[in-house]
Design a protein. Structure first.
Length: 278
C-alpha cells in the first residue's frame, strides 16, 4: 500500500526555494564552520586547553571582545544621536551627511585603517591635538576602539533610522499634552519604541567588530599581550602552518560570539514582546 502525502503551500515553489536556501547556507556557512571544528579535533583535549588558555590568547580574547563591546555601545549612543538628527531636523548639507554615514561600508577596511592611523598618530591632525594632554590613540587599545566604532556606526544608524521615520512626531506631542517632560518623553516613549532596533543595531555592530581585521591592524600596534587582536593571532598561527591551533582559537571565538549574539537576540525578543498581552 502506497501512501502519498502532499503538503499544500500558499507560496508557489516553496519547496525548491527552501532546498536552494539550505543548499547555499550549507555551502557557504555550515560546511566551512564544520571544517573548523573537524580540524580542531586533531588536537587532544590537553593540547586544545593549552592552546586556548595560553596567556597571549586570553589577552587577545579580552581585547577583541572588550573593545568590540565598547565600540558597539558607543555606536548605539552616537548612532541614535545621528539617526535622530537626520530624521527630526532639516539643515543645509543633510543629504551629504546622510551619505557620509555609509562611508565605512564603501571604504576598504585597509584604507580606513591607514587613514585612522595617520589621523590619530602623534603627528596627525587629531593625534597632535591630544598629545599635549597625554592621550595616545594610535598603536594602543584605545585606537582599536576608535577603529571599531568607525566601522560599526552605520549598522546602528541604518537600523534605527527607519523606525524613527515611522515614529510620528504626534506621539511626542501627545506625551507633552499629558504632562510629560522632555526627559520623560525620551525615556518612557521614544526609547522603548526604539529598543528592539537599538538591540539589532548593537548586535550587527558587535558581530562586525569582533571579526574586524583590516581596519584594526594598522592602528593597533599589534603588540602581544597589549594590542594584539584575536583575528591577527589566528592569521599568525596560519602563517606558521599551525592550522589546528588556529582553528582551536577560532572555534572558541566562534562559540563565545554565538552565545553573546544569542543573548542579545533573546533580549531583543523580550523587549519586543514584553508589552504584548495574551
Amino acid at each position: 500500500m502506497k501512501l502519498l502525502l502532499r503538503s499544500s503551500s500558499v507560496l508557489p515553489g516553496f519547496s525548491p526555494a527552501l532546498g536552494f536556501t539550505i543548499f547555499w547556507l550549507s555551502l557557504i556557512v555550515l560546511i566551512p564552520l564544520s571544517a573548523a571544528f573537524i580540524k580542531t579535533f586533531e588536537l587532544s583535549w590537553n593540547d586544545f586547553w593549552h592552546v586556548v588558555t595560553a596567556p597571549r590568547v586570553l589577552a587577545s580574547y579580552r581585547l577583541s571582545f572588550g573593545a568590540s563591546l565598547i565600540g558597539a555601545l558607543l555606536n548605539v549612543t552616537f548612532g541614535l544621536i545621528v539617526a535622530w538628527v537626520l530624521v527630526r531636523y532639516e539643515f543645509f548639507g543633510k543629504k551629504i551627511v546622510d551619505a557620509l554615514v555609509d562611508l565605512p561600508f564603501a571604504l576598504p577596511t585597509a584604507v580606513a585603517g591607514i587613514t585612522l592611523s595617520a589621523l590619530y598618530a602623534n603627528n596627525g591632525w587629531i593625534g597632535s591635538l591630544l598629545e599635549p594632554y597625554g592621550i595616545k590613540v594610535a598603536y594602543t587599545p584605545l585606537g582599536i576602539v576608535v577603529a571599531l566604532t568607525f566601522i560599526g556606526l552605520p549598522f546602528v544608524v541604518r537600523t534605527v533610522q527607519p523606525v524613527l521615520e515611522d515614529l510620528e512626531g504626534e506621539v511626542e506631542e501627545a506625551a507633552a499634552s499629558l504632562g510629560a517632560s522632555r526627559l520623560q518623553t525620551v525615556l518612557r516613549v521614544i526609547i522603548p519604541a526604539l529598543t528592539p532596533a537599538l538591540l539589532t543595531g548593537f548586535a550587527l555592530a558587535f558581530a562586525r567588530c569582533v571579526g574586524e581585521y583590516g581596519s584594526v591592524i594598522f592602528i593597533a600596534g599589534n603588540i602581544p599581550m597589549v594590542s594584539e587582536i584575536t583575528p591577527l593571532l589566528i592569521i599568525t598561527k596560519l602563517e606558521q602552518y599551525e592550522y589546528s591551533e588556529a582553528t582551536a582559537i577560532a572555534v572558541v571565538m566562534l562559540i563565545i560570539s554565538f552565545l553573546l549574539l544569542l543573548l542579545i537576540n533573546i533580549l531583543q525578543w523580550w523587549s519586543s514582546n514584553r508589552h504584548v498581552r495574551k
